[in-house]
Design a protein around this ligand. Structure first.
Ligand code: GDP
Length: 328
């Protein structure tokens, strides 16, 4: 039985990856942080069969212990502080968790592997936010990185540290440069879920308006369920490498609003949307669009869910959730 350890098991991607690996017959271990983690029940309900181990990616000794207990063949490092806006207000913490946390996991994996580096393969969740003020359109694995937030800077540190462990020690360490990927499991602080939830509530008469930041930014949004498949494929390759995972389409927040409101039969949404500087960021990533040709060629990976289907899926899920909550 192949064994995998997932950090960040409580997040959107951790849940999808856990499901994927369990379906493949893996024994799955998840790292869970803190006493009485409020998301433990969610993980246990979504992933019965996953074994949760307590630890923290900022605590190297806990990682050493967890690796010794789980004896993994594959380690997926998805744990991070992942919300860009929050990272300006908590820059040191973000650097410690999202940046230095990667080094801790890499180092724990290196110590666990000892002389037998083939024993374990490592995946790092890198991010399109590393491209920030984009230096090339579309962005590839070779595009110069120019992060625009403490989150982006921390991800760049983790990305290069992963490459460094691969080159220094010959570790099978791969980095997936994942563009934005969403689902009904996305946290409500992210713009897609914020919009799908608000639109569902507005259509049911439970909310009057939605307050937004910059609606002209553009993102390359895919479906998280597709993206975890790419993570797994990376670790099945003979050689570790870095891959952009994206849909190669970009859409603005305006288009997101258009499609979401249209999904509930509202064509003119201008009366429901207000902009507030409180949601504007000190620096913005204006445009992201990824070129995933390398992943297509080497991993045989392509996205299966397009932007309109993704939006419909999220709005439908939130409508159902809101109706249940309101007893409608
Ligand atoms: P990110 O790409 O990881 O920062 O993902 P987000 O979903 O948080 O943000 C995507 C884009 O939506 C960014 O350019 C934000 O500035 C923009 N945006 C506009 N209004 C909002 C809002 O109310 N909340 C969030 N989270 N983002 C917003």
């Amino acid at each position: 039985m192949t064994r995998a350890l997932i950090t960040g098991i409580t997040g959107q991607d951790g849940l999808y990856l856990g499901e994927l690996l369990l379906a493949k017959g893996y024994e799955v271990f998840g790292l869970i942080r803190g006493q009485n983690n409020p998301k433990r029940a969610l993980v246990e309900a979504t992933l019965p069969g996953v074994k949760l181990l307590t630890g923290d990616i900022t605590d190297l000794s806990s990682l050493i212990r967890v690796l010794a207990v789980s004896q993994p063949d594959e380690v997926y490092n998805l744990g991070a502080i992942s919300f860009v806006a929050y990272s300006w207000e908590n820059a040191h913490l973000t650097s410690d968790v999202t940046g230095k946390g990667v080094l801790n996991v890499l180092e724990a994996v290196r110590l666990y592997a000892g002389d037998d580096l083939d024993k374990v393969r490592f995946y790092q969740a890198s991010s399109s936010e590393m491209f920030g003020k984009v230096q090339q359109v579309p962005q590839t694995e070779d595009t110069l990185l120019w992060p625009r937030s403490p989150y982006g800077v921390a991800k760049v540190f983790g990305h290069y540290m992963t490459i460094n462990y691969r080159e220094s020690y010959g570790m099978h360490a791969s980095s997936g440069i994942l563009f934005n990927h969403e689902s009904p499991r996305r946290g409500p602080e992210f713009v897609t879920r914020k919009v799908s939830q608000a639109v569902a509530r507005i259509s049911l008469g439970l909310q009057d308006e939605i307050v937004m930041g910059n609606i002209d930014a553009k993102r390359d949004w895919g479906f998280a369920g597709d993206y975890v498949e790419a993570m797994w494929r990376m670790l099945q390759q003979d050689e570790a490498d870095d891959y952009v995972i994206a849909t190669n389409e970009t859409h603005s927040i305006r288009e997101l609003l258009d499609l979401s409101f249209r999904a509930v039969g509202i064509d003119d949404w201008s009366g429901y949307v207000r902009q507030d500087p409180a949601f504007m960021r000190p620096a913005e990533v204006d445009l992201l669009i990824g070129d995933a040709s390398k992943a297509r060629e080497k991993l045989g990976w392509t996205p299966t869910v397009g932007f309109p289907e993704l939006v419909s899926m999220m709005v439908a899920s939130d409508l159902a959730e809101q109706k249940t909550a309101a007893g409608i």
